[in-house]
Design a protein around this ligand. Structure first.
Ligand code: GLN
Length: 202
C-alpha cells in the first residue's frame, strides 16, 4: 500500500493529509528518521520556512531529509515547502537551511508584504487545459531554474505576470501556492500521487 508522509514539524500538515485522503491515498505524519524511512513520498507543507528549518535542525532531521533527497524519494513542497526544497533562498535568514532537492533559486515573500495573500488563475498545461485557481500566502516565487528543471506554471496577469510558481525536476515537485487549501481541485496532489507511483515502479 502506498504511503505518503507529510513532514510534521510545522505548517499546514492536516490540509495536505486531507487532500491526499480525498484521492484515496494513505498518509502519515513524519517527524523522525524512522517515520521518514517508511514512506514512499514526502510532502513538505506550507508554513514558515525559517521556523521549519530551525525545528528540523533542532530535532536532527536535516541530515535524514538530505539523505532521502539523495536516495530519490519523491517530494512535493508547497510555499514554505518549496523554499525548503530549493538550492538557494534570496531574502531568507542567514542560518536557514534547505535540502537542495531542486536546482532553483527562490525569493521569499516575493510578492511583497503589502500583498499578503491573493488568488489567481494559472495556466498549468501539465494538469490539462483547464486553468488552476491558486491561493498565495506570503508566497515565494522562483527567481531562476537550473538545467533539468521544468517550469510547470507561471502567473498569467498583473504586476507579477510571468513569475514562475510551479516547477518539477525528476520526482520532485514544488508550488509557490497552496493547492491543499482548495478542496475542489486536487489536480496538483493527483500529479504528486502519480510521481510517487512512478518512484515505486522504478
Ligand atoms: N513566507 C513563508 C516562508 O518564508 C511561506 C509562507 C507560506 O508557506 N504560506 O516560509
Amino acid at each position: 500500500m502506498t504511503l505518503v508522509g507529510v513532514l510534521g514539524l510545522q505548517g499546514d500538515v492536516r490540509e495536505h493529509r486531507a487532500a491526499m485522503a480525498a484521492l484515496g491515498v494513505d498518509t502519515s505524519v513524519v517527524r523522525t528518521a524512522e517515520e521518514l524511512a517508511e514512506v514512499d513520498g514526502l510532502i513538505i507543507p506550507g508554513g514558515e520556512s525559517t521556523a521549519m528549518s530551525l525545528i528540523a535542525q533542532r530535532v536532527g532531521m536535516i541530515e535524514p531529509l538530505r539523505a532521502a533527497v539523495a536516495s530519490g524519494l519523491p517530494m512535493y513542497g508547497s510555499c514554505a515547502g518549496m523554499i525548503m526544497l530549493a538550492r538557494e533562498v534570496v531574502d531568507g535568514r542567514a542560518d536557514q537551511q534547505t535540502l537542495a532537492a531542486l536546482d532553483i533559486v527562490v525569493r521569499r515573500n516575493a510578492f511583497g508584504r503589502q500583498v499578503d495573500s491573493f488568488e489567481a488563475d494559472l495556466a498549468m498545461p501539465v494538469l490539462g487545459p483547464q486553468s488552476l485557481r491558486a491561493v498565495f500566502i506570503r508566497a515565494p516565487w522562483v527567481e531562476s531554474v537550473g538545467p533539468g528543471v521544468e517550469v510547470l506554471g507561471t502567473v498569467a496577469e498583473g504586476p507579477s505576470a510571468g513569475r514562475i510558481v510551479a516547477v518539477r525536476s525528476g520526482l520532485v515537485l514544488a508550488t509557490s501556492f497552496h493547492p491543499e487549501l482548495l478542496e475542489a481541485d486536487l489536480r496538483v496532489h493527483g500529479l504528486f500521487r502519480d510521481m510517487v507511483d512512478e518512484g515505486i515502479d522504478r
